[in-house]
Design a protein around this ligand. Structure first.
Ligand code: ARG
Length: 564
């Protein structure tokens, strides 16, 4: 229910012809305090038109306006203050939430249209980084939000499993590696070989030649090259899956870069046919001067393809396979240029749907305000972060609620949820600092705080014997504290819409924090479980809070334990 529109319509009826609906809507303000009403209309812009003092206009409006659905409407100086009929609207909203439950806030913006989301996409034979964590959790939340407004998201993990680096890795493994070592500790060992390769090729440039040859073999389907590559890939994937399991995130496709190996020739042919390929120092490029971009390098001198070549094939494949209405790429800020080039080349090829491709960039995670850097020793390993967060959550639960039945499970939900929430509450373009203690606190702007508020709501309901609500129930709540909670609940559908339109999970995270805060204030001021004629209404409010907090957390990919 759009209350602002309701006020606008009432005003429009008395001001008929003097001012447009849109203008009234624009002028309406939210007073700082509920004591001044829910909305205020300033009459001074009308003074010129009506040739009257604004104070007089305000009084006249109050005399003539239809007061139904308002508790009162009063003139205060040049303002008209509107107090909505709290009892009427609370009842209306609570009834809706209780009836729709988790479906509250669902809407149809997408008509079921397909939206592939390129997300997570770590590189084989390297540890999954905090940057990949951001892509994973932001992408996952966007997928859930899209689903809520009736799009069909398809989560694609575009694994970095192809490219010249695999030539280097195979060469390094052949020189220094062993099967047992890799089996014992795949990611670390593979990384070690790779790093060693980069140290040794400074003095031994012939290594680079060998590596190039291995990659060529790989691209040509050589049996040994393929076997090693497949093995490295499988080991890496195993360790990635462990992390995805911890995060509770699943994918619809693991078609990584290698998947497009046999689909690039067609792209290159298309570019040739359209005379878009130019030779530059032996390499094949597409000139993008028209777009103020550097040329896109499609094929190297030795014929090897590149990252962007595979992305071109992937974009075309996704259009064919999913006939998408939008195609999203949740990838760090630093690849902005790459995606501009990708879209520009597709545009050059006459693919109008390139406009439906959106890069969803995000900022960096820092530590002590500084960029993470392997060389400076500022590395954060995702798996350790998650484990440490769970440990901290365990300690807090042991202190607060030592008798909790399923302590371990809850500690997992809280620890992992805290890390995800911390990431998502920041606007995605902002860089943010990672401090584990801060992330897992039960108070303040944290995931555990929201989870705790939700658990408080469900425990009140439990104490009340989990009352059953019925659509014929009538609720009456008219105090300011409950009204603050009700208006927050009422705004949930609009919040979801804004979050989707801006591809911005932080909108939901901030909303959840505000709702939790309003609920805790209500809880501090109100005795809920007192047997009087409003108890059912109060419990309906608590129930609605638990539903909407649960749903907000779900949209972020965070679990909501019933007790903690
Ligand atoms: N593997 C890349 C990286 O770690 C990210 C891939 C993003 N997706 C894409 N279609 N380019 O930097």
């Amino acid at each position: 229910m759009d209350y602002k529109k309701l006020v606008t319509d009432a005003l429009f009826k008395v001001l008929d012809g003097q001012i447009t609906n849109e203008k009234i809507y624009q002028l309406l303000e939210r007073p700082k305090s509920l004591d001044l009403g829910d909305y205020a209309f300033p009459a001074f812009p009308l003074a010129k038109i009506l040739h009257k003092a604004p104070q007089i206009i305000a009084t006249e409006i109050v005399a003539e306006i239809d007061q139904s659905h308002f508790q009162k409407i009063e003139a205060v100086g040049p303002y008209v203050n509107f107090f909505l009929d709290k009892s009427f609207f609370s009842a209306d909203i609570l009834r809706q939430v209780i009836e729709k439950e988790a479906d509250f806030g669902n809407q149809n913006l997408g008509n079921g249209g397909n939206v592939p989301i390129d997300m997570s996409s770590p590189n084989i034979a390297k540890p999954i980084s905090m940057g990949h964590l951001r892509s994973t959790v932001i992408g996952n939340s966007i997928a859930k939000m899209l689903q809520k407004v009736n799009y069909n998201p398809i989560k694609i993990n575009h694994l970095g499993d192809w490219g010249t680096q695999f030539g280097k890795l195979i060469e390094a493994y052949k020189l220094w590696g062993s099967e047992e070592e890799v089996k014992a500790d795949p990611i670390n060992k593979l990384l070690e070989y790779y790093v060693r390769f980069h140290q040794e090729d400074i003095d031994h440039p012939e290594l680079d030649e060998e590596a190039r040859a291995w990659f060529k073999k790989l691209e040509d389907g050589d049996e040994e090259a393929i076997r090693l590559w497949q093995w490295f890939r499988a080991e890496s994937l195993k360790s990635f899956m462990k992390i995805y399991d911890k995060l509770g995130i699943e994918f619809d496709s693991f078609n990584g870069e290698a998947f497009y190996n046999d689909k690039m020739d067609e792209v290159v042919e298309m570019l040739e046919k359209q005379h878009l390929l130019k030779e530059s120092q032996g390499a094949q490029i597409v000139d993008l001067e028209e777009y103020n971009l550097n040329p896109a390098l499609i094929k190297k001198t030795d014929g090897a393809t590149l990252y962007i070549t595979r992305d071109l094939a992937a974009a075309i494949y996704r259009k064919r396979t999913y006939d998408f209405v939008q195609s999203l790429y949740v990838v760090g800020n630093e690849q902005t240029n790459h995606f501009k080039q990708l879209k520009a080349v597709l545009k050059q090829m006459g693919k109008e749907w390139a406009d439906d491709i959106h890069h969803i960039p995000f900022g960096l995670i820092t530590q002590g305000g500084k960029k993470l850097s392997t060389r400076a020793g500022r590395v954060i390993l995702l798996e350790e972060v998650l484990d440490d967060a769970v440990k901290l959550a365990e300690q807090q639960i042991a202190a607060k609620n030592p008798n909790l039945a399923n302590k371990e499970e809850v500690a997992n939900q809280v620890g992992v949820g805290a890390v995800i929430f911390h990431d998502l509450k920041n606007e995605r373009m902002n860089n943010f600092d990672f401090d584990l203690e801060e992330v897992v606190r039960f108070e303040g702007e944290t995931g555990p705080y929201v989870q705790y508020s939700h658990a408080r709501a469900t425990s009140i309901l439990r104490k009340a014997g989990n009352p059953k609500f019925d659509i014929t129930d009538t609720y009456q709540l008219s105090d300011n504290d409950s009204w603050e909670v009700v208006t927050k609940i009422a705004s949930f559908p609009d919040v979801v819409k804004r979050a989707v339109q801006e591809y911005e999970p932080s909108v939901i995270a901030k909303y959840a924090l505000h709702l939790a805060k309003a609920f805790n204030k209500y809880y501090a001021h109100t005795k809920i479980l007192v047997e009087d004629e409003e108890i059912l209404s109060r419990l309906a409010l608590v129930k609605s809070v638990s539903i909407v907090l649960n749903e907000s957390l779900r949209l972020l990919g965070v679990q909501a334990p019933k007790e903690m």
